[in-house]
Design a protein around this ligand. Structure first.
Ligand code: ZN
Length: 383
């Protein structure tokens, strides 16, 4: 480690250990001033926000909250959040110095979010997009089961609606308080992305901001058709010190910065924050009209058949088993099953109806159900 980088690290440590008045939270701003993490210049928060949290002194990109990011990227009044109320559980009943539930509650109160990501749809320069924005202020943007589930649902929604997908990453990695539950999100998200990108042939752009590390880098951050990053962003998997100790080797000073990664072919573009929206809109427009673009298909088992409104109507219908509409529905469903030559589902049983709802709303078991019945389905097609 050179002397300069040692001084730099000591300075950063000092900043890290500083008391909480430096907090860059927009809603509960406790002070008017903040300090640039890079050059140390004192900045007036109001002006800093107007400048999209880019330092006036050195052009360093400070962390943005997810709401600020959405405001910056999405046209005014066009943002529609998805799964806003999804909130985390505590499957392992994890406890270190504090209980995990306590940490969650504290973070929820501080940020006003249920978990470390906001997902939804909106217009980006008039183009409809599906956007997910991670929030580093919520437990270091760590990816727990809720973050994973929200991203997966966003991807599936984008796939069904044929929307280009943008995910802005800012994360310390998987959330250790949820153990294996957070690790399995990596595989789940990657599988959903596979359908989005390789089956439906839709565009996915990952935007990496500082820091993007750990499990997030190891899954969806690096799976973008195009990977954009902000200047001087910290992007990596394991931390610098861990790698240095493992390899017993000195790493270059700019190791794990976006510039270093671009130079080594891991990124497609480094784009300053002020041009990000324009770059995204131009890329999507270009992609839409690309002459060699091929159109894909969503696999049958993964195609959602109902819209949200239809799903809700369906749920209400099922809550009134004595209505005529309900009886008509059962009849129609029975005849549909007859077409496929499946007779072992007894619709008078409530579990079967729940099953039917699951199939229709594509909640969990559509693929399993198809797998179970595929021999019957095949034989009826072969007739
Ligand atoms: Zn600065």
């Amino acid at each position: 480690m050179s002397i300069l980088s040692w001084i730099e690290e000591q300075r950063k440590l000092k900043l890290l250990n500083a008391p909480k008045y430096k907090k860059t939270d927009s809603n509960t701003a406790q002070g008017l001033w903040t300090r640039c993490d890079h050059c140390g210049v004192i900045l007036y928060i109001k002006h800093l926000k107007e400048n999209q949290r880019v330092c006036f002194g050195c052009g360093f990109h400070l962390q943005m909250t997810s709401s600020e990011r959405i405001e910056h990227l999405i046209d005014t009044n066009t943002w529609h959040p998805i799964n806003e109320t999804l909130s985390p559980g505590d499957p392992l009943e994890f406890k270190d110095q504090k209980a995990y539930t306590e940490r969650l509650k504290e973070a929820q109160e501080r940020t006003g979010l249920q978990d470390g990501i906001q997902t939804g749809t909106g217009l980006l320069d008039g183009i409809p997009v599906a956007l997910g924005v991670m929030d580093f202020n919520f437990m270091g943007g760590s990816m727990g089961s809720v973050v994973g589930e929200k991203i997966t649902r966003l991807i599936e929604y984008a796939t069904h609606q044929g929307l280009p997908l943008i995910i802005v990453c800012a994360s310390g990695g998987a959330r250790m308080q949820e153990g294996i539950f957070s690790l399995m999100q990596m595989a789940k998200i990657s599988a959903a992305l596979h359908v989005h990108q390789n089956c439906a042939k839709l565009l996915y752009i990952a935007v990496l901001t500082s820091p993007t590390t750990g499990g997030v880098t190891a899954s969806f951050a690096m799976l973008g058709d195009l990977i954009f990053a902000e200047p001087k962003a910290l992007i990596g998997f394991a931390g610098r010190r861990v790698i240095e100790q493992t390899l017993q080797e000195q790493l270059p000073d700019d190791f794990q910065t976006s510039e270093y990664l671009l130079h080594h072919g891991l990124l497609d573009l480094i784009i300053p924050r002020s041009f990000l929206k324009q770059a995204l809109s131009e890329t999507i427009t270009l992609y839409k009209e690309a002459p060699l673009k091929t159109h894909g298909k969503i696999l049958y088992g993964q195609r959602g058949s109902l819209t949200k409104v239809q799903e809700e109507r369906f749920r209400r219908l099922l809550s009134k088993p004595n209505s005529d509409a309900y009886k008509t529905f059962v009849k129609e469903f029975e005849s549909l099953l007859n077409v496929f030559n499946i007779s072992n589902i007894d619709l008078t049983k409530s579990t079967s109806l729940e099953h039917a709802l699951e199939l229709a709303t594509k909640k969990t078991t559509q693929i399993n159900w198809l797998n179970q019945n595929q021999f019957k389905l095949r034989s009826s097609f072969n007739k």
